[in-house]
Design a protein around this ligand. Sequence first.
Ligand SMILES: Nc1ncnc2c1ncn2[C@@H]1O[C@H](COP(=O)(O)OP(=O)(O)O)[C@@H](O)[C@H]1O
Ligand SMILES: [Mg+2]
Length: 232
Amino acid sequence: MLEVMNIHTYYDLSHILFDVSLRVSKGEIVSLLGRNGAGKSTTMKSIMGLTPPRQGSIRFKDEDITGQKPYLNARRGIGYVPDDRRIFADLTVGENLEISARKPQRGTGWDKEGVYELFPPLRHIDNRRAGFLSGGEQQMLTIGRALMTNPDLLLLDEPTEGLAPLMVKMLEEQIARLRDKGLTVLLAEQNQQVALRLSQRAYVIDNGTIRYHGTIEELKANAEVRKKYLLV
Ligand SMILES: Nc1ncnc2c1ncn2[C@@H]1O[C@H](COP(=O)(O)OP(=O)(O)O)[C@@H](O)[C@H]1O
Ligand SMILES: [Mg+2]
């Protein structure tokens, strides 16, 4: 579904990603793990086209999308949930969802009702302005909005960051439900517990370089990598 090959990404003169490669197959949840500042968000933005790589290439559904504009990537089927939970503060919860709706390419897909079924708390605040939501509600809304575009691949950038433990647990269950529905997800996380529970494979990034990749079982058994590159 997604293949990132040897990309190098810069912010102006700062070289941030070095030869990053990763792949995500259809139906997988793959984690991209690393400490704060490791390069997780930059990898997500490189895929989405917000910070196009200067070298290397990115393929999505067997097409080269390197340097493609974000809105075209969205149209092609990449859903992106940024780490800063950008929502339209002046619109209601329901309007935030409706404005993102994009018809599925085939079959039935996500609509507002489906999102409310996945995130019941949102149904009760359908009419509330999004600027007045709690952190957890905002995160549900940003994920819901990405789902409304009926993506084939969802890029989730640290969805659990800053949320209370109960909310993290609930979100984790909902992401697991998305996986069971067959959605493909690339999940950036600092919280390795969440990633270890949800995904089948993981990449570990540090200083803009992929230091490790393997199955979750292999990573669980590899105390050295976890100690060296991840928070305990
Ligand atoms: N807009 C930016 N301009 C310059 N440097 C940035 C910018 N965003 C992030 N960086 C730097 O890029 C590196 C990787 O950041 P980021 O991809 O956000 O890491 P992570 O998401 O893993 O915390 C960090 O050193 C960070 O300071
Ligand atoms: Mg980040």
